[in-house]
Design a protein around this ligand. Structure first.
Ligand code: PMP
Length: 356
């Protein structure tokens, strides 16, 4: 029986996407060939890449605005290096908002290329909030943000207004809500939460910010080369791109980002209401900074852990254990998760209170 999968990533995808992806592995487009055995230069696969790139821009409302969408190898972590490689000149500075483990990792890579300023940090409180007062040098090459902090369960709800280019890691909330995406100059996301299987990252970049560092860039790390190659500079991760396309079609067919956001907010409201009501649980994040994607919470009495763990496992729930740096529990409620799964978790929490 299919489990209620609260895993933080790789994570749940729509059931119909799993089915369509499986079918394509066996027989792609009734061609008598598997998706895994056809040339990436074949007409059928070029059509996949073209549609995936166009649909990513369409969902974000960024068509015909000078942006390019790319599907690249190396996950979000390679982006941590590609961003400064492509945007940060040797004597320049970049500004990073330090809101969690991934933001720290991104800033670390940038230090290899130029100066890094920390615009603000919530490290003092184990990253359990989003800093609101930030100091960004007007001469910095870009400001780097992490829209959703997967590990700590925080999410930026109101983005800082700055005059320099904004780069944003949206790995764990891409396609989950409506935003004015034209306020960002560079959006990137590892696929394996809201979009597809691991092995590909979506990069959406405004072309006009590239080519300004005067630096020689190895071809595979050069965004302009990937744009010129129409995201096929080398063999792309075909299966991951195709599955991401299936998920994007699913999002579009189910009302786009507006409807996805509504569903996601309903799920998060249901779970946070129970965390706040039930005296046996405590949220690790307060107020407006709580993530709609990843809800982190702990037991008020840790001695009850074994009993709670046995209950949720018996209810066919999977992937609820929190990250080691926060402890407790983390319920990841990505786009594909149904509200019925969240209700199952809430019912388990109520039952746990009854039995305690
Ligand atoms: N950024 C964020 C916000 C993440 O959640 C993750 C992965 N959990 C990463 C970056 C790293 O992604 P990848 O493993 O694709 O390099």
């Amino acid at each position: 029986m299919k489990k209620h999968n609260f895993s933080s990533g790789p994570s749940i995808l729509p059931q119909e996407v799993f089915e369509q992806a499986a079918e394509a592995v066996l027989d792609f487009n009734n061609s008598g060939l598997s998706l895994l055995e056809i040339s990436h230069r074949s007409k059928d696969f070029v059509a996949v890449m073209d549609e995936a790139r166009a649909l990513a821009l369409e969902l974000l409302g960024l068509e015909n605005k000078g942006y390019q969408a790319l599907f690249l190898h190396g996950g979000a972590s390679l982006q941590f290096a590609m961003i400064p490689y492509n945007l940060l000149g040797a004597n320049q500075k970049a500004s990073y908002l330090e809101t969690g483990t991934w933001a720290v990792a991104a800033a670390k890579e940038a230090r290899l290329f130029g100066e890094v300023e920390i615009a603000a940090s919530s490290k003092d409180a184990n990253f359990n909030y989003i800093p609101k007062e930030i100091g960004v040098s007007p001469d910095a090459s870009y400001l780097h943000l992490t829209s959703n902090n997967t590990i700590f369960g925080t999410q930026i709800q109101s983005f800082p207004e700055v005059t320099i280019p904004v780069v944003c890691d949206m790995s764990s909330d891409i396609f989950s809500r409506e935003l004015d995406f034209s306020k960002f100059d560079y959006i990137y996301a590892g696929a394996q939460k809201n979009m597809g299987p691991a092995g590909v990252a979506l990069v959406v970049v405004k072309e006009s910010i590239l080519g300004k560092t005067g630096r020689e860039i190895p071809s595979m790390l050069d965004l302009q080369k990937h744009i010129k190659g129409e995201s096929m500079y080398n063999t792309p991760p075909c299966f991951a791109v195709y599955t991401s396309l299936l998920t994007m079609r699913w999002i579009k067919n189910n009302g786009g980002l507006a409807a996805a956001e509504k569903r996601n907010r309903e799920k998060a409201a249901l779970l946070y209401a129970e965390i706040d009501r039930n005296p046996l649980f405590k949220s690790t994040v307060q107020g407006e900074d709580r993530s709609v994607m990843n809800a982190t919470f702990v037991l008020t009495d840790e001695r009850l852990q074994e009993r709670f763990d046995a209950l949720w496992k018996a209810a066919n729930i999977s992937g609820l254990t929190g990250h080691r740096s926060v402890g407790g529990y983390r319920a990841s409620m990505y786009n594909a998760m149904k509200i019925e799964s969240v209700q199952t978790l809430v019912d388990v929490m109520k039952e746990f209170e009854k039995q305690a």
